[in-house]
Design a protein around this ligand. Structure first.
Ligand code: NIG
Ligand code: FE
Length: 396
């Protein structure tokens, strides 16, 4: 056992030219914007947020020199426990071949063949990559093992490093069950669930043509709920379908993708607590049409953004990239996109301690080499991350 690192003393981060708090009681508008702001980080928590001129003293002082600050990004949708890559599939797609759910099986074969150490090293690499780009909270799914033992180990490994873990045994029907999909659903809702539930907070299902239909998805979700897991759904990614409505009906925390929605889907989301989590990296990397965030926001739905990092449909861990896409391609304003990448992700994970800067929140703060959070969209592709604290520890 290695000793836990000592809790850092109180640090005053001051000279923040413009700070997104996501706390409308603390600053202006939905982003709770403050100018010339400061934050005191104490242990792993935020101790104080306000105007720099009235900041209390602290043991250490960090001068942001006018940089913009915001909460660490909250990534509520990632598939990071896998082996192998699908470069050739991507290249073929860019020559015109369409994306299909079945590509997942390529990664399943490589993941089953990998050692625990290889899977863990890969996961840590992607978490570090995300952290370098400002992401301080990550949800991580299983879904590339698809046997009881392989799903259990994926979640056991994920639970060591990720903030939130999700059981996705129902990602696709594996080849050995090709002739017996009902038998696979029995496994996912029976012995595999028993083995995986202790390592997971959430259950997810890929409800899509080529993966699981509405009835199968309902069986997976209700079985998970009966084991105390919260619900998330991969819904309406590749075409219209029952996923979004099912997510809302069952009270899922999040319906993810939401690319192909009809008016009833939008109305259902708007009238619910289910967050529409949009994953524009997938549309970018499959050269598909983007979800219409504007339509969802105008209807009153809650929206989150995530890179959907996975080796098939979206091999990026970059939240700034998604913010830029959401603004350019999905009708979001820069403020809405930054809110969706922070507070939106927290809401999709039903977390009140991240995605916000207020006393008592986890001390997850990032500074940008820019005067405003708007630069995340205004300067696409530029590495703006200047400093990151996660749980009070300086990580970048
Ligand atoms: O979120 N849609 C299902 N799962 C992933 C893709 C997984 C893969 O292609 O390997 C997604 O896009
Ligand atoms: Fe996904």
């Amino acid at each position: 056992m290695t000793a836990a690192p000592p809790a850092p003393a109180a640090t005053l981060v001051t000279g923040i030219g413009q700070l997104v708090t996501n706390d409308p009681e603390r600053g202006a508008g939905p982003l709770g914007l403050l100018r010339d702001a400061a934050v005191v980080l104490e242990g792993d928590r935020v101790a104080w947020v306000g105007p720099a001129a009235t900041a209390p003293p602290a043991d250490a002082r960090f001068d942001a020199e006018g940089r913009a600050g915001l909460p660490g990004f909250v990534d509520s949708h990632a598939h990071l426990v896998f082996a192998g890559d699908r470069t050739e599939e991507f290249a073929a797609r860019m020559s015109g071949r369409p994306y299909r759910a079945g590509g997942i099986r390529t990664t399943v074969a490589a993941t089953r063949a990998a050692s625990d150490a290889e899977l863990e090293a890969g996961l840590r690499r992607f978490l570090a990559e995300a952290l370098r780009q400002g992401t301080t909270t990550v949800e991580c799914k299983s879904g590339y093992g698809l046997t009881t033992a392989d799903e259990e180990r994926a979640l056991r490994i994920a639970a060591r490093h990720a903030d939130e873990t999700t059981y996705l045994g129902a990602h696709v029907v594996p080849p050995e069950y090709a002739e017996d999909p009902a038998g696979y659903v029995d496994l996912v809702t029976g012995p595999m669930l028993d083995a995986c539930a202790p390592h997971a907070r959430w259950v997810d299902v890929f409800c899509e043509r080529g993966a699981f239909d509405g009835d199968q998805a309902r069986a997976v979700l209700t079985a998970g709920a009966a084991r105390g897991l919260g619900l998330r759904v991969h819904a309406n990614q590749l075409g219209p379908g029952p996923g979004v409505r099912l997510a809302v009906e069952l009270g899922a925390a999040s319906a993810d993708h939401c690319t192909h929605l009809d008016d009833a889907d939008v109305a259902a989301l708007a009238d619910s607590e289910t967050v529409a989590t949009l994953l524009p990296g997938a549309e970018f990397s499959t050269r598909s049409r983007y979800p219409d965030a504007r339509r969802l926001l105008d209807a009153g739905a809650a929206v989150a953004l995530s890179p959907d990092c996975n080796p098939g449909s979206s091999f990026t861990s970059s939240m700034p990239f998604c913010v830029a896409l959401a603004v350019r391609e999905m009708g979001m304003t820069p403020d809405e996109a930054v809110h969706a990448a922070t507070a939106g992700g927290a809401r999709a994970l039903r977390r009140t301690d991240v995605g916000v800067l207020r006393p008592g929140a986890r001390a997850d703060l990032q500074l940008l080499d820019a005067p405003s959070h708007v630069h995340l969209a205004y300067r696409p592709g530029v590495p703006l991350t200047a400093a990151v604290w996660r749980a009070g520890v300086r990580a970048v």
